[in-house]
Structures are given as C-alpha cells and as structure tokens.
Design a binder for this molecule. Structure first.
Ligand SMILES: Cc1cc2nc3c(=O)[nH]c(=O)nc-3n(C[C@H](O)[C@H](O)[C@H](O)COP(=O)(O)OP(=O)(O)OC[C@H]3O[C@@H](n4cnc5c(N)ncnc54)[C@H](O)[C@@H]3O)c2cc1C
Length: 284
C-alpha cells in the first residue's frame, strides 16, 4: 500500500516536501494513467503520494491590470467557467478532455506533467506566460519556455510546488486556435496551433504563435514573432512566406500511431498560413 499524506496548508506541504520525496498529486488524471499497470491492479506508485488539490493557497484566479495569476490546483472547469477569463485563454482549456475530466484536472498538472500533447502549454508559451515555483527557501519565477525543458521534463525540484501560472493580458484583433485529433471529445492532440495578433494603426504590434504536439515541447520563436512587429499589410505580405518556411525548419514531428510526420508538418504549415492570412485580411 502506498504511503499518502494530505497536508492542511501550504506551509505543512512545503515542510514535508523538504523532509523527503513525495509525488505531488493534484487531480490525478495524468498520474492515474501514467502509473497504471494491468487491469484491476493497484497503481504503481513507488514514491509516497502527497495530495495537494485541497490546499486553499494553491487554488483560485487573480486578475491584475496586465495579467492573470492562476493557482495550479484550479481545475480546467473553474478556469473555463470564470467570467473574467477571456476567450483566448479559455478556448484551448475548454477543448481538453471531457467535462468530468475537466472538473478534476488542474492547470498545474497539465503544465508540470509537460506532456508533448499537453494543450495548455502552447497557449502559455505563445502568450509569454511565466511560472512561479515555491519552496521553504522562497520563490523562483521564470518563463514557461524555460521551465519546460523536454517531454515530461521541467525544472521543478522535489521540494518545490508550482505556485502560480502567470498569463499576460492581450487585446487580440485576431485569435486562432486549432486542435486536431481523431475525434472531438476526450482526444489528445495530433497537432495544435495557437496564435494571437494585435494590430495598431494598420501595423502589426504583436504576433504570438505556438505549435503544439509536433516537437517534444511546443514550438515558440520570439525572434520570428519579432520580425512581424511594425509591419504594414504590404510589408507583411512580402515576408510572410519566408517566415512560414522558417517555422517549417523548426518542426521535428515523428510518425506514430496517430498520424504521419508529413501529415502533421504539412497541416501545421497550412494552419500557420490560415492564421497569417487572417491577419493580412484584417489589416487590408
Ligand atoms: C480521458 C482523458 C482525456 C484527457 N484529455 C486531455 C486533453 O485533451 N489535453 C490535455 O492536454 N490533456 C488531457 N488529459 C491529461 C490530463 O487530464 C491533463 O494533463 C490534466 O490537466 C492534468 O492535471 P491533474 O491535476 O489531473 O494532474 P496530476 O495527474 O495530478 O499531476 C500531473 C503531474 O503534475 C505534477 N503536479 C501537479 N500539480 C503540481 C503542482 N502544483 N506542483 C508541482 N507538481 C505538480 C504531478 O506530480 C504529476 O507529475 C486527459 C486525461 C484523460 C484521463
């Protein structure tokens, strides 16, 4: 039988994490799959399990002038149902899994699990989101693109919890999110494209773009995004194809049981063009 504990508050949680290694368990919707064995057998937890989803310090959403701060154990349903959350944050979360899963699955679990197909991560990467990690020693804040270092790999230490996901606010003139899967509900992404663009005085002021489920971590290139900034419709049209081909060179999809490398990369390029064409139309 696996040892479990349910700390009463964050201080107790961090103190216990300092004493020994615990496997943090939020909604459990990733863990119960990753730790399954054969049908009917107990989950294969070799490390003691700490239940953290009840901790009040790890739940809730705060809105500031320039950002949202979402605590990690806030469920996907709670985020989607919160009237303050704009469509460009809600949409990818609302397309994850199914209502029963979204009622227990947390944003922190999706980020910390760092699966290649995790659907909140392309949105957080694109929007230049950050994470705050907390331990007894204090807090560490970093870009989400630095925090996630590979498939199922992050910079979190055993004595830390993810404490906040910080998502800057935008006023998108164009917002595009496409998730491709084999069916509509309860399906992991074969590919997802997330993009927002802001236009000011007929010039692009921001483009934020991320491509999920192709590479071990979502593709996000600040240098390519910056090449669009300040362009008018004519200038944008002139460099669009070149930038699309540079995104192509960042892609490293593999063929697996869900679909082929060629299908994934070809479709990703088409969807990036659809997003850029919408921006073009908006500016003309
Ligand atoms: C049927 C089904 C459908 C699904 N569909 C989708 C989908 O469409 N898209 C998608 O992206 N995912 C999907 N998932 C995966 C899963 O539901 C999500 O990734 C979910 O957000 C995980 O959250 P959780 O709270 O259940 O994580 P848990 O399983 O509790 O934890 C996941 C990992 O995160 C760590 N962790 C959790 N919280 C913290 C914290 N605060 N600090 C440090 N570490 C932490 C845990 O230790 C663990 O390693 C699906 C799962 C199922 C079972």
């Amino acid at each position: 039988m696996v040892e479990t504990c349910r700390p009463e508050d964050l201080k107790q949680c961090l103190t216990r994490l300092k004493e020994k290694k615990w496997w943090k368990f939020a909604g459990g919707t990733d863990l119960m799959i990753r730790k399954r064995q054969w049908s009917g057998a107990q989950r294969n937890f070799k490390t003691p399990v700490m239940l953290i989803s009840n901790l009040p310090e790890l739940r809730g959403i705060e809105e500031f002038e320039d950002r949202f701060e979402i605590k990690p154990c806030t469920t996907l349903s709670e985020i989607c149902d919160d009237a303050r959350i704009p469509e460009y944050i809600r949409t990818p979360l609302f397309q994850m899994a199914s209502p029963p899963i979204r009622n227990v699955a947390t944003i922190g679990g999706n980020v910390c699990n760092a699966a290649k197909v995790a659907d909140s991560i392309p949105m957080i990467f694109a929007l230049d989101g950050e994470v705050v990690l907390k331990s007894l020693e204090g807090e560490r804040q970093m870009k989400a693109t630095e925090f996630i270092t590979g498939k199922y790999q992050t910079l979190i230490k055993d004595d830390e919890v993810l404490y906040k996901v910080i998502i800057p606010k935008y006023k998108p003139d164009v917002f595009k999110y496409t998730k491709l899967g084999s069916r509509k509900g309860n399906i992991l992404s074969k590919l997802s494209i997330y993009g927002v663009a802001e236009i000011k005085d007929s010039r692009i002021s921001k483009i934020k773009l991320s491509i999920g489920a192709l590479n071990p971590i979502p593709i996000k290139s600040e240098s390519l995004e910056n090449r669009f900034v300040g362009l008018n419709a004519k200038e944008f049209k002139a460099i669009k194809e070149d930038i699309v081909s540079q995104y192509s060179s960042l892609m490293g999809a593999v063929t697996d049981k869900r679909s082929t490398k060629e299908y994934r990369e070809g479709t990703a390029l088409k969807l990036i063009k659809v997003f850029l064409n919408e921006i073009q139309e908006k500016m003309e």
